[in-house]
Design a protein around this ligand. Structure first.
Ligand code: NOJ
Length: 722
């Protein structure tokens, strides 16, 4: 439809019909699978007469249900405006890929694009129109359960991976019925709640918001995401959905965002709970004034927008602008031509969990696994005759991770199954040994596990956190391996030192004690449906681990929040003083400052040597470029992949600058004994920061550029910016 047609449609709408476009409800408010749309909606305080006007739906089962709801809606809707169907398609739909934090650690945006495109194809077959992803909330606190859903602690990596997701989901044209629209969330800074407690307050300076937290949201919008979700949290005292500075000045004003803004679930009515709105009417007024177009799952708009407009508190223009934005999105998705966008049961059967999708899921799990430690027990020999697979994840299907709404755990491959398929000649002894729940210290399964360990050529010890320990509403105050798992690890390793630990989980844990005893640790995160096969291929060395950490792993929970791009402080300690307590220095009495495993860290079975870092010039001008070339040598007889990372440091500036900041990266493949050079182009804009007046600037002076990974910068050179 043209703009004129959409405006004409808007002009024909009654006030109730308009408000309907601004409401989103869960499927359970509509009938299950067939025909009519009915209530009751009294629990929401919603007038049932509004239901036929509802413009969008949150979550549904499948294509059959979507078609039934859409059809029933269109029969009742005078103007035949199709509903939008939205869902959290976070890391796959029917085929589940690794969690986003793991995928981010692949440092491979093309892979992430491919995974998102496949997820879009499956979701579109069921009739999903919009996914509530990417989540680009910078996360630096492992206690926060939702770290699993984001890109980690680095602004650049988070932005690159967010953009890759937008591109993968959306392709070039939203009318393509294999694609769906992306909704960037949670605007803003939802990932920085105090003490890592979900939904809690965020207090951040405007300078930090602009410099580190905002860029990823903005990058996703510039990549074409047509929707933004306003977050639950207060930002400097004001909940996002009613935060005029955030929504009007920054998002709509400075960034010129003219797409649809949706509240998070219930967040409009929660303005009352926060204590910034007197009642639902006040909440509706504030959210509408802040440009929140759709209210998710509460009924302040449905109950009060009409009254507020009649009283002149809100204007018809404000309502019309919001409705028009929703209609435009429906039009961009081609819903007026085909309200079902080709979704059908047949299409679902053809695309979902296809061999190609499973193959990509396996590749993604292989590329995002991180080898944290290896004293030589890995890779396992092909000749192992007996392998003991021990621990709560030994034969567990809980490998999909949170936010796998349509993923069926029974379709997944466990570690034991993966190893049995890879080693058909070997005996696989499986022993779960203990629980992975906090507080469950039952050790009655230890005896069988230790007997299996004693009788095995190799032990694969599968430990970690259950999937519901991360994700929404799953913050932790401790970061230990839950239950008796650490004790189990100590005992198993004592009876059989040929033990490799395989870890699962959605957040960095404090692994200091495990690291002290484990001969090898392979971190799989939540790898998705192909987890067990991916583990087997990595343990046996068919694939060479190449993932790096997108979030630092603390030594102890007390270091949180933690990120590699820290400031110097006036009283720093040297890395060599990490284990010494120095009075009147910025350190802890009882712990070092550095993480156990830093951002960008991850081992390989290859041995990569960083041979040189060269600059093509020593002075960079504002409109010029500087080329940095890094040469890496694979000094081993194994094919491998390495993530070459480029960091910079601004040595003197008007605002204290981080000791290291990632400015570029590239993942390269190296054949045995191959040497490769990677060139990065450095431009003035990569050296910018937000100054004390909140302006994005660069300042002339000396800079360092380094390669390696956080806290282990191997080669460093200097240049100056003129
Ligand atoms: C609440 C979550 O915070 C958000 O990320 C999600 O998209 C909505 N619920 C809808 O499920």
């Amino acid at each position: 439809m043209s703009d004129v047609d959409l405006r004409h449609l808007l002009s024909q709408m009654t006030f109730e019909e308009k408000i309907g476009q601004l409401m989103q409800y869960n499927t359970h408010l509509f009938t299950d699978s067939t025909a009519e749309i009915t209530g009751p909606l009294t629990d929401l305080g919603l007038d049932e007469a509004m239901l036929p006007f509802v413009g969008s739906v949150l979550n549904f089962e499948d294509a059959a249900q979507m078609r039934a709801i859409q059809q029933a809606h269109l029969q009742q809707d005078r103007l035949k405006i199709p509903m939008l169907f939205m869902m959290d398609v976070i890391h796959g739909y029917r085929t589940v890929f690794p969690i986003p934090l793991a995928l981010s650690g692949s440092f491979d945006p093309e892979l992430v694009r491919d995974c998102s495109a496949m997820a879009a194809k499956e979701a579109a077959a069921s009739g999903v129109h919009v996914t509530f992803t990417p989540m680009v909330d910078l996360s630096r606190d492992a206690r926060w359960g939702r770290v699993m859903e984001g890109g980690g602690e680095d602004p650049l990596l988070t932005a690159v991976m967010g953009v890759a997701q937008v591109q993968g989901f959306q392709g070039d044209d939203l009318r393509d019925t294999d694609r769906i629209a992306a909704c960037v969330k949670h605007f803003a800074a939802y990932g920085a709640p105090e003490a890592g407690r979900d939904y809690y307050a965020v207090e951040l300076s405007e300078r930090l918001l602009r410099e580190r937290y905002f860029p990823a949201y903005r990058a996703c919008i510039e990549a074409g995401a047509p929707m933004v979700m306003a977050s639950f949290n207060t930002l400097n005292g004001i909940p996002a959905v009613a935060n005029e500075w955030l929504m009007n000045d920054i998002l709509r004003g400075e960034w010129g965002f003219d797409g649809v803004v949706i509240s998070d679930y219930d967040a409009v009515e929660e303005l009352c709970v926060h204590g910034v709105a007197a009642d639902k009417k006040d909440a509706a007024k504030q959210a509408m004034r802040c440009g929140c177009d759709i209210e998710m799952c509460s009924a302040a708009y449905a109950s009060h927008l009409k009254e507020l407009t009649q009283e002149g508190v809100l204007t018809t223009e404000q309502i019309d602008a919001a409705v028009l934005r929703v209609l435009m999105l429906k039009d961009r998705l081609g819903l007026f031509e085909d309200p079902y966008r080709g979704a059908s049961t047949q299409k679902e059967q053809a695309v979902c969990l296809s061999p190609a999708h499973r193959a990509l899921a396996r590749k993604a799990a292989q590329e995002s696994a991180v080898l944290l430690k290896n004293n030589g027990v890995l890779p396992l020999s092909e000749d192992v005759q007996t392998v003991a697979v021990i621990g709560p994840f030994a034969d567990s299907r809980d490998l999909l991770g949170a936010w796998s709404l349509r993923g069926d755990t029974s379709e997944g491959v466990t570690v034991s199954e993966g190893l049995a398929a890879r080693l058909p000649h070997a005996r696989i002894l499986t022993a779960p040994a203990c629980s992975n729940l906090c507080g469950n210290t039952d050790q009655s399964g230890f005896e069988a596990a230790l007997t299996a360990a004693e009788n095995a050529d190799a032990v694969v010890l599968c430990l970690g956190e259950p999937s519901d320990y991360s994700g929404e509403g799953s913050s932790r105050a401790t970061l230990d391996l839950p239950g008796a798992q650490l004790t189990l690890a100590r005992e198993v390793i004592r009876v059989n030192p040929r033990t490799a630990v395989v870890l699962f989980g959605g957040r960095p844990l404090a692994l200091t004690e495990l690291d002290a005893v484990a001969p090898a640790i392979l971190h799989m995160w939540f790898p998705g449906h192909e987890g067990g096969n991916a583990v087997a291929s990595l343990l046996l060395g068919d694939e060479n681990p190449s993932g790096k950490l997108a979030m630092s792993f603390p030594k102890t929970v007390g270091q949180c929040p933690l990120s590699y791009d820290r400031l110097m402080s006036g009283r720093p300690i040297q890395a060599s003083q990490e284990d010494t307590f120095l009075k009147f220095r910025s350190n802890y009495i009882d712990s070092g400052n550095l993480p156990l495993y830093p951002f960008g860290y991850g081992l390989s079975y290859s041995r990569f040597e960083y041979e040189s870092l060269t600059l093509d010039r020593r002075t960079l001008t504002a409109d010029g470029t500087l080329t940095v070339t890094v040469t890496v040598f694979n000094n081993s007889d194994r094919h491998g992949k390495e993530v070459v990372q480029l960091y910079m440091r601004d040595l003197v500036a008007s605002v204290a600058r981080p000791v290291q900041q990632l400015i570029a990266f590239d993942k390269i493949a190296l054949a045995p004994f191959e040497r490769k050079s990677v060139s990065f182009t450095v431009r003035e804009e990569m050296l910018r920061f937000v100054d004390a007046r909140n302006h994005l600037v660069s300042e002339a002076g000396e800079f360092e550029v380094s390669t390696g990974y956080a806290d282990h910068l191997l080669l460093t050179e200097r240049f100056s910016l003129q």
